[in-house]
Write a protein that binds this ligand. Structure first.
Ligand code: SAH
Length: 253
């Protein structure tokens, strides 16, 4: 499928979603606790691949003296985030920036905390953790979620699926090793539970499909995208004991 069309259809399907990937406020807060940051201090925070702001808004509410720069490739998501921030009364502390996570317009050592949920895979984990590190102050914290194997040696069907889709998928010990090799030390780590995938992400996405379909009657690519989304949800249901998102919270050495 033509990439531009695929992107615009994906934005349309996910624009009204509370979140654009698996996660929850509870898990965002668990990771924030792992950061050991003083939540009342005035922190400079970046949320990279923020979507419509699921994590951005939780961070804004729980870091009441902080400034958050929220970055996404798609301005439509940032518009929704701006409206949600306004409604939550936190818009003065959130600045949306349209841009790509592999070409961030930041100055070195400017952030106390870099956050990224369900998004770093767009440029790859190893590349992302290297590229973003200079923007953290020494002692600054990176909190990042990334697809993981829960156990080694997964069944062939799911292993082949992920090796084709995202070859960087790995177990937590392998991810932690990459983080340490890139110059970070582990503060804490957690795994997203199934409700964060099914209740918070796949079920709401499925419920938006009828209207999404109706907005694009006769567009072949829409059927392809729906089939892709459903296949992904089905694989998760079937193999949820084998993969999830790991949420890694690390400090820059
Ligand atoms: N963090 C949000 C969104 C996760 S979905 C949440 O947890 O709900 C991944 C997000 O990354 C999407 O919003 C997508 O638009 C964004 N994205 C994809 N490629 C990107 C890139 N190159 N640079 C910045 N954002 C990107």
């Amino acid at each position: 499928m033509n990439e531009e069309l695929l992107f615009s259809l994906m934005v349309d399907l996910h624009l009204e979603g509370e979140r654009q990937g698996p996660g929850s406020s509870e898990e965002t807060l668990r990771a924030l606790a792992h950061s050991r940051l003083d939540t009342s201090s005035s922190l400079e925070v970046a949320d990279i691949g923020c979507g419509t702001g699921a994590s951005t808004l939780v961070l804004a509410r729980n870091l009441p003296n902080s400034q958050i720069t929220a970055v996404d490739l798609f301005p439509a998501f940032l518009d929704v985030l701006a409206r949600r921030a306004e409604k939550d009364g936190v818009s003065n502390r959130i600045k949306g920036i349209e841009g790509s996570m592999d070409c961030l317009p930041f100055t070195e050592e400017s952030f106390d905390l870099i956050w990224s949920e369900g998004a770093i895979y767009n440029i790859g984990f190893k590349k992302g953790i290297e590229l973003w590190k200079p923007f953290l102050k020494i002692g600054g914290v990176l909190a990042v979620s990334e697809i993981m194997w829960l156990h080694p040696n997964p069944p062939t069907e799911i292993r082949e699926h992920w090796e084709a889709e995202y070859p960087e998928i790995a177990t937590a010990p392998e991810k932690i090793k990459s983080l340490e090799a890139a110059g970070y030390d582990l503060l804490g780590y957690s795994v997203l539970p199934p409700s964060n995938w099914i209740t918070n992400y796949y079920a709401p996405t499925e419920s938006r499909i009828p209207k999404f379909s109706a907005r694009h009657v006769g567009v072949q690519e829409v059927e392809e995208l729906i089939a892709m989304e459903r296949q992904e949800a089905k694989l998760y249901e079937q193999y949820q004991n084998w993969f999830s998102y790991g949420f890694y919270v690390v400090v820059k050495r």
